[in-house]
Design a protein around this ligand. Sequence first.
Ligand code: NAD
Length: 387
Amino acid sequence: MSEKETKPIRWGMVGGGRGSQIGYIHRSAALRDNTFELVTGAFDIDPERGRGFGVDLGLDERRSYPDYRAMFAEESTGADGIEAVSIATPNNTHFEICKAALEHGLHVVCEKPLCFTVAEALELKALAQARGLIVGVTYGYAGHQMIEQARAMVKNGDLGEIRIVNLQFAHGFHSAPVEEQNPSTRWRVDPKFAGPSYVLGDVGTHPLYISEVILPHLKIKRLMCVRQSFVKSRAPLEDNAVTLMEYDNGAIANVWSSAVNAGSMHGQKIRIVGSKASIEWWDERPNQLSYEIQGEPVRILERGMDYLYPQARLDDRIGGGHPEGLFEAWANLYRRFGLAINGSRGLAPEGIENLVFPGIDAGLEGVRWVENCVRSADQGGVWVDYG
Ligand code: NAD
């Protein structure tokens, strides 16, 4: 991994304030490689708490804003104004904040789900395209090196023809109604804030995006989904869902999305079965990829080793043997967001066209998938053509 080639991108945050689940990793990832420089923020729904937090982070008090509208109005002009903003607020605010940021000429890194409907996602895409702006979406697990290795293995035919895709993100943290005590969970099970789904959007879209990275040639033809609210008070939102999908090449997939898989820490797994071999990756052991050739002993490929494909080593920071984790994966993605932003204004090095990162289309596809799953589930779990 080479050191930074250009000046850090002047960057702000909306949400991700003190005590939020995901704000810290955004800052850690964006600042890790000097790709971004935090100069402003509207961090909290509570203006005073947000202001104080910004000051504690070292921001100039004038640049720690009570709300994002004031921040965009002030910060999108002038020589030291921001060039990009990250949005780490509850789901119901993503569309309006993302739209406002694009209208102010800012590049955006938005939390998933990008918005609630395909129509909204297409509107954001058109706006970003018209202004030449980048929208990144933080499907953070996709930044792990072994995902790039898996993508290269499929591309090079190591697995043969792809037949079966087995995806899950099934943790157990919400097996009981923890939302009664925990505000970060409370909004997730309220359709007003979470949107049309809970676990499909909150966790299912993560392995879905990874499957899109590894298997870019597979297109979903139709799907069938059933969803349940095992904690009854969460209805109509689901805390468990099972989706079956058929691809246009005849391959089949299943996706288990769950927050009630009691005893499971994260349980995010991607298994891809081809005609010659299979690969399997778990986010709880992200430095390893299991490579299973029919009739041979299982091989465990390790991150950072010379035998990996070059694409998998592009983001390498320290070499094999030293465990990397979610913070490095996110930093890899933020570095790619930065390259894409610089590329959009002619400042990036060669090779930028091969950059793989979750952009506006990844956000759009996540929303489309949830919309299709909900459409199927709400008709009683019927096959629906993917639209
Ligand atoms: P949270 O409830 O823990 O924190 C939300 C933060 O946003 C709080 O600081 C709150 O004060 C602030 N906020 C709310 N409305 C605001 C507004 N209008 N303006 C400014 N700040 C505002 O939520 P969280 O768990 O951190 O989730 C935030 C988002 O991140 C969600 O969309 C969630 O889906 C996503 N998320 C993504 C991942 C991932 O792996 N990519 C993981 C967790 C959460």
